[in-house]
Design a protein around this ligand. Structure first.
Ligand code: SF4
Length: 100
């Protein structure tokens, strides 16, 4: 008997897949960051370090979403004032992840 994989299961609330296409991710990034002043965005190297940390974090779901806040990490990692919401302590602790 065929069993759906976790990725094929939809959201319990709406039956939509929680997985996002690259196109949808890019559209959401554009919407979320439009109108932001440059100082509201983290420096490129910091964004990259945070993003790499998220990509290897066990709390990342579907390759896009932090299970502690429900945020798309592609956006959260870009905001200067953002922080890692892990209840086990910030995973963005390395110096490279911090704004100065
Ligand atoms: S807990 Fe922190 S490092 Fe992990 S996915 Fe969430 S924001 Fe990223």
């Amino acid at each position: 008997m065929y069993q759906r994989t976790a990725a094929e299961h939809g959201c319990k609330g709406c039956n939509r897949s929680p997985q996002l296409s690259e196109e949808k991710i890019q559209r959401l990034i554009t919407i979320a960051l439009q109108g932001k002043a440059p100082e509201e965005l983290a420096a490129e190297e910091i964004q990259q370090q945070r993003f790499e940390t998220c990509m290897s974090c066990p709390s990342l779901q579907y390759g896009t979403t932090c299970k502690h806040c429900g945020c798309l990490v592609h956006i959260r990692t870009r905001l200067a004032a953002s922080s890692c919401p892990s209840p086990y302590g910030s995973q963005w602790q390395s110096e490279a992840c911090k704004e100065v």
